[in-house]
Design a protein around this ligand. Structure first.
Ligand code: GRF
Length: 214
């Protein structure tokens, strides 16, 4: 059984999608929020999952917060740490500690639109397609090896709300998929900085590039 620790800051709908996926071989060991009022904590409690708060406001510096967060995470012996709408920039030390077992979901087709307000920026840029990306976390924000992406069209009458809702549907599909692959031991980081997924039916050695979801 692989222990999964999920970090949230708000409503936690991606966390909920991962929990509801009931991935064989995965145990959601804890949900940790940096905000005491995160809506997702209630869902975790109702599911009988350990729900914890490490309030960033209680710490004088990023390093101290990250150290306290790592202590709480490690209490749950994580095989995988999942950032699901976790809105804190993490220190290099934290990212290194969980190298290869720390993933994030970002609401854009990276490397386009890292950072905040991705849907607004996609509309302003006039792109015809937008989407979401699950990636391994590296010290550079929103910039690690891509595990899986999903593409959605940008429609003529879209506003931020309609576009973000369309993307969110895909987030809830691809994040559980990425966690499932990890738990099944089917993800491999390549020396070139990419990700391959094990697929017995593909390629010579059974490793392939993850498919695009659309
Ligand atoms: C999602 O759009 C996610 O991609 C981004 O923050 C949002 C979190 O939503 N990082 P939720 O808390 O999972 O509902």
């Amino acid at each position: 059984m692989k222990n999964i620790v999920i970090l949230i800051s708000g409503r936690g709908s991606n966390m909920e999608a991962i929990v509801r996926a009931q991935i064989p071989g995965a145990r959601i060991a804890a949900v940790i929020s940096n905000r005491p009022d995160a809506g997702g904590l209630d869902f975790a409690v109702r599911q009988g999952i350990a729900a914890r708060v490490v309030d960033h406001k209680a710490y004088p510096a990023r390093e101290a917060f990250d150290a306290a967060l790592a202590e709480e995470i490690d209490a749950h012996s994580p095989d995988l740490v999942v950032l699901a709408g976790f809105m804190r920039v993490l220190t290099d030390a934290f990212v290194s500690r969980y190298a290869g077992r720390l993933i994030n979901i970002h609401p854009s087709l990276l490397p386009s639109f890292p950072g905040l307000h991705t849907h607004r920026r996609a509309l302003e840029a006039g792109v015809r397609v937008h989407g979401t990306t699950v990636h391994f976390v590296t010290p550079t924000l929103d910039c690690g090896p891509v595990v899986i992406q999903a593409v959605v069209p940008v429609l003529a009458d879209d506003d931020e709300d309609s576009l973000s809702a369309r993307v969110l549907v895909q987030e809830h599909r691809i994040y559980p998929q990425a966690v499932r692959w990890f738990v099944e031991g089917r993800l491999q980081l390549t020396a070139a900085g990419g990700v391959r997924v094990k697929d017995e039916t593909a390629g010579l050695d059974g490793w392939t590039v993850p498919p695009v979801e659309a």
